[in-house]
Design a protein around this ligand. Structure first.
Ligand SMILES: *Cc1c(COP(=O)(O)O)cnc(C)c1O
Length: 375
């Protein structure tokens, strides 16, 4: 396992340690097994639709050359499927037949329900009732795909509580069940495992960028919720010391920009909390960024200075969302719209941006904000 300095670890009840050990062993064996990589590659190319293209955009930010890594074109419309497919193959190797997951915007829930249908696993997805309201079509999608969606009706009724419920379910059913976590958060080995499954984004993007631009980007920019699409992209460039790595958080959920060291969902990282360590509520128009924690690897990259982290407001994101649609014919998800907002005012010209997902799920939310008459 990689070292994240003082961050990461396993802050979980004793009953989960054997399951985490088992998962870590299975992951290490899979990594060393050509058959695992062959199965993953076959699914990536024939089911997910990889490699995703790299698109040069020149009208969105005149004077800059911005390349988009198009994870929005994956099956199910976001990068989440890369991780879901990989963990499904692992769950099969572990002999598990039941999958539990948490979801915020519903993208991870849909990706999980999708791979469970594909592999014949029983699937239970926990989702806050506030997110179920904001993301109704994704709830319907999960049900169509055969998943049971369990509503979570306490606290902020969003991703934080849904994650707690998924962990509680896993503790109760650990013999039969794999917990398919949706980002590079949670107890070890999850942050490393998810980052590695998402690093296909960065590997492809580096090769595609060199072929298209005949140079490396000056900066690589991605939005950060839990941090999985960003770490997947960053890992392709982390050894290229001249390439700036820029993560963009929602201003109301800036665990890195305005957080403090603490423990959330089994790992030590940078979290939104008050002086007593009580986890604070996050607020973002984008359900996928509305989380008070972040993966431990990002806290480590921030502290070492290898990556820099900025914020974008709801308004910044909505403006970038609308501008990308009008200037390039691409409707992004609200999450990567945060990255686009900061990329266009960055002091760099040759930029790679992770377009982590497509915006269909966000239309109602954005139309309400752009024109109150649509409400
Ligand atoms: C879930 C999601 C995110 C945020 O999750 P990360 O783990 O930070 O990548 C970002 N973009 C999209 C499209 C998402 O669905």
């Amino acid at each position: 396992m990689r070292d994240f300095g003082d961050y990461g670890g396993r802050y979980v009840p004793e009953t989960l340690i054997p399951a985490l050990d088992e998962l870590e062993r299975a992951w290490e064996e899979a990594q060393a097994d050509d058959a695992f990589h062959a199965e993953l590659h076959a699914l990536a190319t024939t089911y997910v639709g990889r490699p995703s293209p790299l698109t040069l955009i020149e009208r969105f930010a005149p004077g800059k050359k911005i390349y988009l890594k198009r994870e929005d074109l994956n099956h199910t419309g976001a990068h989440k499927i890369n991780n879901a497919v990989g963990q499904a193959v692992l769950a099969k190797r572990l002999g598990k037949q039941r999958i539990v997951a948490e979801t915020g915007a519903g993208q991870h829930g849909v990706a999980t329900a999708t791979v469970c249908a594909r592999f014949g696993f029983e699937c239970v997805v926990y989702m806050g009732v506030e997110d179920m309201r904001r993301q109704r079509p994704n709830v319907e999608r999960m049900r169509l795909l055969g998943a049971e969606v369990r509503s979570v009706d306490f606290g902020t009724k969003t991703l934080k509580e849904a994650t707690s419920e998924a962990i509680r379910d896993w503790i109760t059913n650990v013999e039969t069940t794999h917990y398919l976590i949706g980002s590079c958060v949670g107890p070890a080995p999850y942050p490393e495992l998810v980052a590695e499954l998402q690093s296909v984004i960065g590997r492809e993007a580096r090769e595609q960028f060199l072929a298209a631009a005949d140079a490396l980007p000056e900066a690589v920019v991605a939005c950060v919720g839990g941090g999985s699409n960003a770490i997947g992209l960053f890992r392709g460039f982390v050894d290229d010391v001249g390439v700036r790595l820029v993560g963009v958080e929602a201003a109301g959920a800036a665990s890195l920009a305005s957080g403090r060291v603490g423990v959330l969902h089994g790992a030590r990282s940078s979290i939104l909390a008050d002086e007593d360590g009580q986890v604070a509520d996050a607020h973002s128009i984008s359900a996928g960024l509305d989380y008070p924690g972040v993966g431990p690897e990002h806290a480590f990259l921030r502290d070492t200075g290898r990556a820099e982290y900025r914020t974008a407001t709801d308004e910044d994101a909505i403006a970038a969302f609308a501008d990308l649609a009008r200037t390039e014919g691409i409707i992004p998800a609200l999450e990567p719209a945060h990255a686009l907002a900061r990329a266009r005012d960055l002091d760099a010209e040759l930029i790679l941006v992770g377009l982590s997902g497509r915006g269909d799920k966000d239309l109602a939310e954005v139309l309400d904000r752009l024109d109150p008459a649509n409400a």
